[in-house]
Design a protein around this ligand. Structure first.
Ligand code: 5AD
Ligand code: SF4
Length: 479
């Protein structure tokens, strides 16, 4: 009897990709596959890839080089490239990487189990052919099955999700839309993921309800421009309405959504954020730059002043929201004055957290075709360092202000430091506390913050049933 087939799936890139990987896994498990402990132990190796920056792609190209060697030893191995690079580089993969059997774009995952099955049966036949080839030339490379499915497959969203297959018991992602219609000059996503397609509210609520029935209490909604949700479905379908509908699920305790675009942070959404107490108190609202000249060249559709005005709108209505941003340094033509405006915006808003990226030209994008990547790498690196330094100062100051407060922490699991567990607050901050009990995972516990570290907080867990008479009076719980 043949053994249960095993897959090894490695994910690169954004949360959207992580969710796609979960959906792929759930299909494979439903078809009788099991997860392999390592690549060497797998019959099928799948790489779910990202194209957003060159660095993300380089990591995958080098993995594919290693897999080419692996396949020389094991010609029956099935290798699949999924996600954004599959979409972007399908021709190259097909023509130049004969050891790749499957190339599946990000909107064609729905029947991945069948595609893998086909590739496996072809691989078995190939093994026989390869053994014959090796007789003639011992260095022969086994060819791939050559199955290429790019964008005409079944989207992962259209399949009925098996909610039992998920990495975390109490937390889950839910995709609310795919693709992106924004014209950002630097970005490859609209090419790899296509135009915006929103899922109907009823479908999202049904999936969320099933997740909550199975023990999920925190849901994070995903979309490239999640707050533009619904504009392809009609005027009255908006993120605010979706949030209100999901808020009704009794066992749901936290609801977050990423990533937002500043242009769609309007009064309706701000009112919903202020009024819905289950919504996590952070907003990921990438500013990218503070220079109006650069923002225009990036085609972001707002200015420094308009960005700040939107934040003020939010802060007036809901002052407890923290802001997170992404920034690109070294966009074509970015001068020292432009960069100074970026620092100014960062100082004006005071974000809780930022990701900073060095501009990476993506072939086919407007910025790569029309602009010149003229900011030297050492200047990009220096600007990157400076921005992170400003951000770290703000993060540290904000964290310091929390010392002495009690925060509600959703426990995620053991932290890297032994004897400690960690989880997140409603504002998405990481908190570590002394504990040694796996039964805590998924629970919401009060933690008194005692210390602020660079990127996280350290505190002491308090008894959940202690009287609500102030932090100091509550009982400390020892690990
Ligand atoms: N170069 C550098 N960073 C980029 N991002 C998107 N495209 C590029 C690029 N070509 C960044 C943006 C975006 C985040 C996901 O990645 O800041 O918000
Ligand atoms: Fe990377 Fe963007 Fe694709 Fe996500 S959507 S995997 S960030 S290229």
């Amino acid at each position: 009897m043949s053994r249960t087939p095993r897959y090894f799936l490695q994910s690169y890139g954004c949360q959207m990709n992580k969710l796609d990987s979960e959906l792929v896994e759930s299909r494979l498990v439903a078809s009788g596959y099991e997860r392999a402990g390592s690549e060497q132990d797998a019959d099928v190796v799948l790489l779910n890839t990202c194209s957003v920056r060159q660095h993300a792609e380089d990591r995958v190209w080098s993995r594919l080089g290693v897999l080419r060697q692996e396949k020389r030893q094991r010609p029956e191995l099935v290798v699949g490239v999924l996600g954004c690079m599959a979409q972007e580089h399908r021709r190259y993969l097909q023509a130049r990487m004969p050891h790749v059997d499957l190339v599946v774009g990000p909107s064609a995952f729905g029947d991945i189990d069948q595609q893998v099955e086909r590739a496996r049966s072809e691989a078995a036949a190939r093994r026989v052919a390869h053994e014959e080839a090796v007789q003639k030339d011992p260095r022969a490379t086994p060819g791939g099955a050559g199955i290429v499915t790019v964008d005409h497959g079944v989207s992962g969203d259209t399949i009925h999700r098996d909610v039992r297959v998920r990495p975390h018991r109490s937390q889950a992602y839910v995709s609310v839309m795919r693709g992106c219609n924004m014209p950002c000059a630097y970005c490859i996503v609209p090419t790899t993921r296509g135009a915006e397609i929103s899922r109907p509210i009823a479908q999202i609520v049904e999936e969320a309800q099933r997740l909550c029935d199975d023990g999920v209490t925190e849901i994070t909604l995903l979309g490239q421009t999640v707050n533009a949700y619904g504009r392809d479905l009609g005027r009255d379908v908006t993120l605010a309405r979706l949030l209100r509908a999901l808020h009704e699920i009794p066992s749901l305790r936290r609801l977050a959504f990423i990533t937002s675009h500043p242009n769609f942070l309007n009064r309706e959404l701000v009112d919903a954020l202020a009024g819905l107490d289950k919504v996590s108190r952070f907003l990921h609202l990438p500013a990218q730059s503070g220079s109006n000249r650069v923002l225009k060249a990036m085609r972001r559709g707002y200015t420094f002043e308009r960005y700040v005005a939107r934040i003020e709108l939010l802060r007036e209505a809901a002052p407890d929201y923290e802001l997170h941003s992404d920034w690109i340094v070294g966009f074509p033509g970015e001068t020292e004055e432009d960069f100074a405006k970026t620092i100014e915006l960062m100082e004006a808003v005071r974000f809780a957290q930022s990701y900073v990226f060095k501009y990476s030209p993506r072939p086919g994008t407007l910025a790569a075709e029309q602009g010149v990547d003229d900011v030297p790498d050492d200047v990009k690196a220096e600007r990157n360092r400076i921005l992170l330094e400003v951000q770290e100062r703000h993060t540290a100051e904000k964290n310091q202000a929390l010392v002495g407060q009690v925060e509600e922490v959703l426990v995620e699991g053991p932290s890297k430091v032994e004897g400690r567990y960690s989880g997140r607050t409603r504002q998405h901050r990481i908190v570590h506390f002394a504990a040694d009990d796996p039964a805590l995972i998924g629970r919401y516990v009060p933690v008194r913050i005692d210390e602020a570290l660079g990127h996280s907080l350290v505190g002491v867990r308090l008894a959940e049933n202690a009287a609500e008479d102030g932090a100091r009076a509550r009982t400390e719980v020892r690990a």
